[in-house]
Structure formats: structure tokens, C-alpha cells
Design a protein around this ligand. Structure first.
Ligand code: FES
Length: 154
């Protein structure tokens, strides 16, 4: 079933934001919608979006590959993304990441055996003034339980 079949109102609303000749600009919100269902973008959803926007699936895949907020495979329930760009590296990101690997018993790119955490190294998270920085997409507010869990990792 296509994205437009599953979520007709949302797809219509997204596409209405762009002039028809610029509908390719809707790729990011459509990817976000596709990812909401499974936590990652399936190959079928990628093809569906490409067809809907009349662009190549390679173009859509490039966007998925470039932005760390999009995922092309199912991983852990939470993705712990540690920035390793220069400002964060200068403030100890590599050491932080190494400690996380040791405490979690996994390497970067791997998921814990319980399927809860996937550890990723990412580029600038746009918070260089607070370096070193990490984020957990989908957790957009401070929750005591989550903070306790994070503190156990450190
Ligand atoms: S370099 Fe890490 S947030 Fe910018």
C-alpha cells in the first residue's frame, strides 16, 4: 500500500505546501512520514516517494543517506548519536564514544543485545557551543527515566 493510500490527508497536506513544479521539495516531510510507521524508511516507501515526486529513487536514497534523522534499516529502539565533528572531538567526543562502547558492550554502528540502543557516530548536531554533544532522536523532552538510563551508560 502506498504512502498516499495509507495517509491520504497528510500526503495531500504536505504536497499542498509546494508548487506542483517544485513538488520534489516535499521529499523530506514525506520521508519523515514514511519513517514514522516503522522507525526506518523501507525500500518500498523510498520507491513510492520517488514515484510520487517524479524523481529518481537514487535522489531519495541520497537524502536518506545524508541526513542522520533518516534511517534505512531497523535498529535499536533508541539511536544514541554521538557527534564526532571537530568541535566535539576537541572536547573529548572520541573518549566519550569509547566509554559508551565499553559500557554498552558494542561498537559504533551496532545494537545492544536487548535491542534497546544503537550507537552511532554522526556529524555536527548544531550545538557546538555545548560540545561534546549527543542526541537521541525521538526523545525530545527530558524524562527522568531516560536520564537515569543514560547516566548508567556513562
Ligand atoms: S561539532 Fe558537535 S555539535 Fe557541532
Amino acid at each position: 500500500m502506498s504512502l498516499a493510500d495509507k495517509y491520504p490527508q497528510e500526503v495531500k497536506k504536505i504536497l499542498a505546501k509546494y508548487p506542483p513544479e517544485q513538488k520534489r521539495s516535499a521529499v523530506m516531510p514525506l520521508l519523515y512520514l514514511a519513517q514514522r510507521e516503522n522507525g526506518f524508511i523501507t525500500k518500498a516507501a523510498l520507491e513510492d516517494i520517488a514515484q510520487m515526486l517524479e524523481i529518481s529513487s537514487t535522489n531519495v536514497a541520497e537524502i536518506v543517506g545524508f541526513y542522520t534523522l533518516y534511517h534505512d534499516s531497523r535498529e535499536g529502539k533508541y539511536r544514541l548519536q554521538v557527534c564526532t565533528d571537530l568541535p566535539c572531538a576537541l572536547r573529548g567526543a572520541d573518549r566519550f564514544l569509547e566509554q559508551l562502547c565499553g559500557n554498552l558492550g558494542i561498537q559504533v554502528g551496532q545494537t545492544t543485545a536487548d535491542g534497546v540502543i544503537t550507537l552511532e557516530a554522526v556529524t555536527c548536531l548544531a550545538g557546538c557551543d555545548r560540545a561534546p554533544l549527543f542526541q537521541v532522536p525521538g526523545v525530545d523532552e527530558y524524562r527522568p527515566f531516560f536520564l537515569v538510563q543514560i547516566h548508567r551508560l556513562l
